[in-house]
Ligand binder design. Structure first.
Ligand code: PXP
Length: 254
């Protein structure tokens, strides 16, 4: 199977909720942002319900489930509380991420290899409920292989380190990290896993990972919400969509 084709864009709206919560009250409304993202060409919406509810809240998940016509990717930690919420809503996808209270954002990938039995038992009821389970992991072969064994349908490879290296101007190390992500995508695909990428992506770094033929979805949040301050959310998403499509069109021609 060759998965290259239209690359899906998942828009993460967590930071609309971050801005709302900074003031209290109801604005800006994450659902409104999600609907705007949908109109601008997003293929899915991602929302991370963190244990401390620092941005997305339980009511946001309810509103997104009721109001969206594109798939919701419900991102959460692998805890009993989050599993119960996922099983109640049955979103299209559940993306399991590691979570530490003190971190500012999701810092590393999930240690699937070190927690294989628990995760296999955790994934099973979500699969049975019809959710596509995605594991947010690093590009190491042992994590990818363990993800296939625990029954995940998808792996999302963590692009945060690559994006940080680019941002800090460490371009040689960034190239090494990018090559490792590419190798990881090929391995995951060969094991029958759907491959997504996300964390820290901007126009330039997204274009680099969009060039991996195995990748089927990019999940992007912080950059797009930040860019929305300058050009509006719809235009920011349209520009990301356009750039992703350009990369794929060039690959189809090659
Ligand atoms: N994918 C996953 C699994 C994430 O945890 C996050 C951050 O919440 C993202 C994608 C989006 O990252 P960013 O907001 O840096 O684009």
């Amino acid at each position: 199977m060759q998965p290259m084709g239209r690359l899906r864009l998942g828009v993460n709206i967590d930071h609309v909720a971050t801005v709302r919560n900074a003031r209290g009250g109801a604005l800006p409304d994450p659902l409104r942002a999600a609907l705007l993202a949908e109109a601008a060409g997003a293929d899915g919406i991602t929302a991370h319900l963190r244990e401390d509810r620092r941005h997305i809240r339980d009511q946001d998940i309810e509103a997104l489930m009721a109001g969206l016509s594109i798939p919701l990717n419900f991102e959460c930690a692998a805890t009993d509380e989050m599993q119960a919420i996922a099983l109640r809503h049955k979103p299209h996808a559940v993306c399991l991420v590691p979570e530490k209270r003190e971190e500012r954002t999701t810092e590393g990938g999930l240690d699937v290899a070190g927690d294989e039995n628990r995760l296999a038992a955790f994934v099973a009821p979500l699969r049975e409920a019809g959710c596509r389970v995605s594991l947010f992991i690093g590009h190491e072969a042992r994590q990818i292989e363990a993800s296939a064994r625990v029954g995940a349908a998808v792996v999302e490879l963590h692009t945060g380190r690559y994006c940080d290296l680019v941002a800090d101007g460490h371009l040689e190390e960034a190239a090494v990290e990018l090559a490792a992500l590419q190798k990881g995508s090929a391995l995951a695909h060969s094991l029958g896993l759907e491959v997504h990428m996300g964390h820290g992506l901007n126009f330039e770094t997204a274009a680099e990972v969009a060039a991996f033929p195995e990748v089927q979805e990019l999940n992007i949040g912080h950059f797009l919400i930040g860019e929305a301050i300058f050009r509006g959310l719809g235009p920011a998403i349209e520009e990301m969509r356009r750039r992703m499509d350009v990369v794929r069109a060039e690959m189809e021609r090659a």
